[in-house]
Write a new protein. Structure first.
Length: 187
């Protein structure tokens, strides 16, 4: 796999409203562990749409991993121009920082928001321009990632495409690992 899409829940879908939330470190570690393995297997590009939440954390992970794996590239393909238009200043600042660090940035519809079709087209484009998708998603807790998951599953029926998931169980295992490491280092 040369190119994968990484996506999942938006921060608010996880009840995360601050950068200091402990769940972010767990999600980032899960993403980092999986992306490292994929890079060692030949991954070259991580494709994102620039959403806040899992995608923004994935971008941070990729930027950190680029120090160890300079061949790893990050492409951000927004569904429309000015995606951040209605966000608060802090979120806009983080978003602009993410765009500046990315290896490639493009708007897929090249116009401001008009209608939900732009999200659908973004999902289709990401899937048809990648070899697989890494989804932070738990079947027990539906949310916005179900739309791209459904599309990926349909695409897999006729294409060689891989759907990889990080679910609640995976995150729980990482949380316990982090907790054990903290406990070990304090004793």
């Amino acid at each position: 796999m040369k190119k994968i899409v990484v996506t999942g829940y938006k921060a608010h879908e996880l009840g995360i409203f601050q950068d200091s939330h402990p769940g972010i470190a767990i999600i980032k570690k899960a993403l980092s562990d999986k992306i490292k393995i994929l890079v060692e297997e030949g991954l070259e590009w991580v494709l994102l749409s620039g959403q806040l939440g899992v995608e923004a954390w994935a971008a941070e992970v990729v930027f950190e991993l680029q120090e160890e794996f300079p061949q790893l590239q990050c492409g951000i393909f927004t569904p429309f121009l000015e995606q951040e238009k209605n966000w608060n200043d802090q979120k806009k600042e983080k978003y602009q920082e993410m765009l500046q660090k990315a290896n490639h940035v493009a708007s897929l519809t090249n116009r401001p928001y008009e209608a939900p079709w732009q999200f659908i087209e973004k999902n289709k484009w990401l899937i048809t321009h990648s070899d697989g998708i890494l989804l932070v998603y738990d079947e027990e807790n539906e949310g916005s990632p179900k739309y791209i998951r459904d599309l990926a599953e349909k695409y897999m029926e006729n294409h060689d495409y891989e759907l990889m998931k990080i679910d609640a169980y995976d995150l729980q295992m990482i949380a316990e690992e982090i907790q054990m490491n903290q406990w070990d280092s304090s004793n």
